[in-house]
Design a protein around this ligand. Structure first.
Ligand SMILES: Cc1cc2nc3c(=O)[nH]c(=O)nc-3n(C[C@H](O)[C@H](O)[C@H](O)COP(=O)(O)O)c2cc1C
Length: 195
């Protein structure tokens, strides 16, 4: 199972609308992909005591990290907040397991924003994922003035953006299959680690 990470906990977010639309594109290509919504994961209720495994994580956060750590591929939907990614998204990642959540994990990126279309937060996240040895899928999608690109029904009809989203979906499916077929993917690497 792949997972789409909704990269904010802002109510009524455009990120969630994009995530739901991308989920439908995967469905059209015969694949069920699960949403991980940061608004549902209780990240705000965490505190420093959880770092380093000293106290148990809240149940929903624990479950979300387990999903990440066994995912066949992660699709990040990242809005631009003050020239970078939302703090809640980085907080979430800082609870992931190292190296199991990251190493060999196939990841794809969709950026949302105003004038710069989410280029900065995506490139910041690419640095993080690259540093932690994930496999970065090269076709990214950037949605400039994102609020103009989603209609009232939650559809994205702009032909360029729609074409890129479909290209990313098809390509990322193949990318994940290719890594898996050679045993390079994170789930294979984790299966070889001592327990
Ligand atoms: C706290 C905050 C900071 C923002 N900072 C930027 C920014 O630096 N650059 C930009 O292009 N858009 C910025 N925006 C606009 C958002 O990228 C845009 O509204 C997008 O829809 C937000 O995603 P969301 O609806 O998923 O929260 C900001 C929005 C918020 C809420």
């Amino acid at each position: 199972m792949k997972h789409i990470i909704i990269g904010t906990n802002r109510p009524d977010s455009n990120s969630k609308k994009v995530a739901l639309f991308v989920q439908k594109l995967y469905e059209q290509k015969g694949e069920n992909v699960e949403l991980l919504d940061l608004a549902d994961i209780e990240i705000d209720q965490t505190h420093g005591g959880h770092f380093g495994g000293k106290t148990a994580l809240p149940q929903k956060l624990h479950a979300a990290i387990e999903s990440i750590t066994s995912s066949e591929g992660l699709i990040f939907i990242i809005p631009e907040y003050n020239g970078s990614m939302p703090g809640v998204l980085k907080s979430f990642i800082d609870y992931w397991k190292f190296p199991q959540s990251f190493e060999g994990r196939p990841v794809a990126f969709i950026g949302l924003g105003g004038l710069w279309a989410g280029l900065r937060p995506v490139e910041h996240m690419m640095q993080v994922m690259s540093y932690r040895n994930a496999y970065l899928f090269p076709i990214r999608v950037f949605m400039r003035d994102v609020w103009k690109l989603i209609n009232k029904e939650g559809l994205i009809e702009d032909p360029v953006i729609l074409g890129l989203l479909n290209q990313q979906v098809e390509g990322f499916q193949k990318f994940c299959r290719a890594l898996k077929s050679e045993g390079l993917d994170a789930n294979h690497l984790n299966s070889k680690r001592p327990h």
